[in-house]
Design a protein around this ligand. Structure first.
Ligand code: 2AM
Length: 223
């Protein structure tokens, strides 16, 4: 009888502690409520709705997807490339189950996704897979190699109907490329939480004045 291979999870990542999930949900929902009411946002409402609709409830627009977390390595139960190798890395084994603090530095909204940008520490970057930023990118997303390692790190807060959470990382990278390319927001607005930029096509980016910290456990998740 051959030895059964240990099962691989859907993903490895930093899972926010339950009480932290509640706090982050409240905080980010408050931001959506505020964004909804801004004149600047209303001006570009048709990015999100048909031309005919005049109002939008952003809180309803995005659906939450599973527990709040920052994906480190998507494994798809072993079907994703490099999943087994990642699971066998010494640093992954040693860090497994350990608690750490994630630093959320920005929030972003697009017609597809709502996410929180995570700035990984040097320690946390050791768990970021090689090529993690460029994995499975749509061909239209070019130049990602030029961004700092770990640029894709984020927490998906919600997705619009029929959008998969993998999109959140793509949206973040696209925004960062636009910002790097010098397309600072066409509209910039100071909010209590930080500076809000509009980057066209329904892309909004709020750079937080102060990073929000979130305690998380490095672990794995399977449906
Ligand atoms: P997310 O990290 O943007 O939220 C289960 O689907 C989880 O794995 C989700 O959290 C999802 O996106 C992430 N995920 C799905 N497919 C992925 C891929 N190809 N690369 C990286 N992360 C992926």
């Amino acid at each position: 009888q051959p030895q059964k291979e240990p099962e691989l999870p859907l993903f490895f990542g930093w899972l926010l502690l339950p009480e932290v999930q509640e706090r982050i949900k409240c905080y980010t929902m408050d931001f959506l409520k505020t964004l909804d009411t801004l004149e600047a946002f209303k001006k570009h409402l048709s990015d999100f709705t048909g031309e005919a609709e005049k109002t939008l409830d952003l809180e309803q627009y995005f659906e939450a997807k599973g527990p709040l977390h920052c994906t480190a390595k998507y494994c798809d139960y072993g079907k994703a490339e490099g999943a087994k190798e990642y699971a066998e890395e010494q640093v992954v084994k040693e860090s497994y189950g350990g608690q750490t603090e994630l630093s959320v530095t920005a929030l972003f909204v697009t017609p597809r996704t709502f996410g929180a940008r995570v700035a990984l520490t040097e320690e946390q970057l050791k768990l970021w897979p090689t090529g993690g930023d460029t994995e499975c990118l749509p061909p239209t997303l070019t130049g990602v190699d030029a961004l700092p390692v770990g640029s894709r790190a984020h927490v998906t807060l919600g997705c619009s109907a029929s959008v998969e959470p993998v999109q959140t990382g793509f949206d973040l990278l696209e925004i960062l490329l636009l910002k790097q390319g010098g397309q600072e927001g066409t509209t910039e607005e100071e909010m209590e939480l930080g500076t809000l930029s509009y980057l066209g096509q329904g892309r909004w980016y709020l750079a937080l004045r102060e990073a929000v910290t979130a305690d998380a456990t490095f672990s794995s998740y399977s449906d």
